[in-house]
Design a protein around this ligand. Structure first.
Ligand code: SAH
Length: 340
């Protein structure tokens, strides 16, 4: 049986037409699902019994199984078990501007970034759209409030699960769905070039973040295997095309790894690489994990790196840290059973 949270409004309209019902029933159904958050189709009091029966026979309303929540001051981490026993995590963060959720997009990840915990388990499968939508439902139900921002930066490479991600964005952005403004949605990729081009054609103003992490191919090749397929001379022009097509500013994420990518030379090289692009650079103090030898750059080194970029006139920020106490920080999310 298909989970109904996998369905866009258009798909539901087609469904209702296929059972010879009016297509506005899709909008009605969405309101039961996303506003009233029903747990059973029987609650749909304005729907004919015969239609309810058909819905029941076609779709499930099953939510995700939440098996663990860890709470810190401004962060909660949620562990879910999926229908096939796979595990994924989501993270809730409280900011002064609202609450955001970091959503996972795959079970495991095949990108193999050398510093990232999430990739220690190779990709088992893509998450279905409903499995991403329901991460939001579960977190909202737990905190009893609506979240205001979504970042697709949890476990997985979203552009390696492109179609499901686009449907997910469509559902959460839809005013009759979760109704999140597209500028409140951010997707982060390690740099899959053809998908960046495809992404520039979608009709949503979603923010794009690129995990750059190095100012040249030599360093990036060592950190991120994807760079061998899409090196900087392919990645940067793709981002330029994206910016000129969408007029949107891109974020570059740059984790600061001690003595790997944090020298002054790297800072100058990074400025040369990104000069003239409508972008900003987000420096991320590396979250150390037990499984990799990389160390976080010293505080002074990060500040110096920041100053150099700033003095060259580029937009730069140092990411505020969240959730390292409960291993809920970037790159610490896991799908591995042994770690739970
Ligand atoms: N696959 C996507 C999204 C998931 S990772 C991507 O690569 O963008 C989200 C971000 O966390 C990426 O920028 C990733 O490089 C970064 N990250 C991974 N491990 C980290 C760690 N240990 N400390 C800080 N950031 C990390």
């Amino acid at each position: 049986m298909k989970n109904i949270y996998n369905m866009t409004i258009e798909e539901l309209e087609d469904y209702f037409l296929s059972i010879e019902e009016k297509k506005f029933k899709a909008i009605q159904t969405y309101s039961w699902l996303y506003e009233k958050r029903i747990k059973s189709f029987d609650e749909m009091s304005d729907m004919k019994k015969t239609v309810i029966e058909k819905l029941k026979n076609t779709f499930s309303l099953d939510r995700l199984k939440l098996i663990k929540v860890e709470r810190d001051t401004l962060v909660n981490k949620y562990l879910f078990e999926l229908y096939d026993g796979s595990l994924v995590e989501s993270v809730l963060m409280r900011h002064d501007y609202g609450t955001s959720i970091c959503v996972s997009s795959q079970v495991g990840c095949n990108m193999g970034c050398k510093f990232c915990e999430s990739g220690r388990l190779k990709k088992v499968r893509n998450l279905n759209t409903y499995e991403m939508v329901l991460q939001i439902f579960a977190v909202e139900e737990d905190i009893k409030e609506r979240i205001t921002h979504v970042v697709i930066m949890g476990i997985g490479e979203p552009f390696d699960n492109y179609d499901n991600i686009i449907k997910f964005i469509e559902i959460i952005n839809n005013p009759r769905g979760i109704e999140l403004g597209s500028r409140h949605i951010t997707i982060s990729t390690c740099g899959i070039v053809p998908k960046i081009d495809e992404f520039s054609t979608i009709p949503f103003q979603v923010n794009l973040a690129i995990s750059l992490h190095a100012p040249n191919n030599e360093i990036r090749n060592k950190l991120m295997p994807i760079n061998k397929v899409y090196p900087l001379e392919k990645l940067i022009p793709a981002i330029k095309r994206y910016i000129s097509k969408t007029n949107r500013r891109v974020t570059f994420e740059y984790i600061m790894l001690d003595k790997v990518n944090d020298t002054e030379k790297c800072a100058y090289e990074l400025c040369d690489l990104l000069r003239g692009l409508n972008c900003y650079i987000n420096l991320i103090p590396y979250n150390e994990t037990n499984n990799f030898e990389y160390k976080r750059s010293k505080k002074g080194t990060i500040l110096k790196f920041y100053d150099i970029i700033k003095s060259r006139g580029l937009n730069v920020t140092i990411r505020r840290e969240f959730g390292s106490k409960i291993s809920a920080a970037c790159g610490q999310l896991r799908s591995k059973k042994e770690d739970v």
